[in-house]
Design a binder for this molecule. Sequence first.
Ligand code: SF4
Ligand code: SF4
Ligand code: SF4
Length: 303
Amino acid sequence: MKAKVSTEWLSGCSGCHIAVVDLHEKLLNLVDSIEFVRIPVLMDVRDYPKADIGLVEGAIRSDHDREAVLKMRESVDKLVAFGTCASYGGVSGLGWLYKDDAILSKVYGGLPTTTETERPQGAPVLEHSVIPIDEVVEVDVHLPGCPPHPYYIAQAIKVLLGEEGAVMPAGTVCSQCNRKMVKREGVAFKKGAVTAPEKDICFLSQGVICLGSVTLERCRAQCTNKGVTCAGCTGPSIAVVTEPHLDIRSMVAKRMSLLTDIDENEILDYMAKEAKTFYSYALSSPVVYKKPTVEIREWVGEK
Ligand code: SF4
Ligand code: SF4
Ligand code: SF4
């Protein structure tokens, strides 16, 4: 019998759902084992049919999202936080830095039919922040990725179906990166760079910040192997998530300084100044903002 799969789309961009459609031949291989009973981008199903596996895209931002995720949890046996928004708040987690009223006023204030404090009918009722789904419901598998890589979508479904040999590795992006970390002297710190000339050498060794060593590998290192630094879109590594004292900024600064002799404090200061960039995928997640070493609101100057 085929396993039933149900999906839901909360506050996200739909990119995670498009990734399911992008499974191509992997989806064809899976259709012998699964059947979609609900998938908002392909089917007009409004209720929540019973299913074996539920994939939830997006974070909880509104009362509608909260209600939807609770219904998903009730209707499925195994629930997957599908994508970085569902797992860590994702890029829309930047909303964590601002008060709800400020966000609503920015969007709805001063329209021809509204005043600064008036909201049009149908405007969302916001939660206090951008909330990863495991803050509200129990999650069986986190599958971060922006969007998740098709290889790992198929892997996660196989793991949940109990397929022999299917595993989700726990390494960092470096584990799949073809670049070599080497010690260099006299390397200049290239602030703002996202690439570097030597294609076989680690970006850190070339004075360019790469987040691969603090990021969970769920993408086959597709950026660094194609010439661009890792921006951390699959969220923090297992070490960062599980060790309260480990922080993205201090770990990268230490490693880069050891490889290049660039002053560690210079890297730390730069990463604090650019915190909106270096923490952009998991800013609203307690695994990041509750770190004792992290003062993100202070760094970005927001309240
Ligand atoms: S994880 Fe990325 S692709 Fe998925 S909903 Fe969020 S922003 Fe879109
Ligand atoms: S830090 Fe970046 S460039 Fe260096 S090995 Fe890791 S993923 Fe590759
Ligand atoms: S290399 Fe980094 S930024 Fe690129 S897809 Fe992988 S995790 Fe995301």
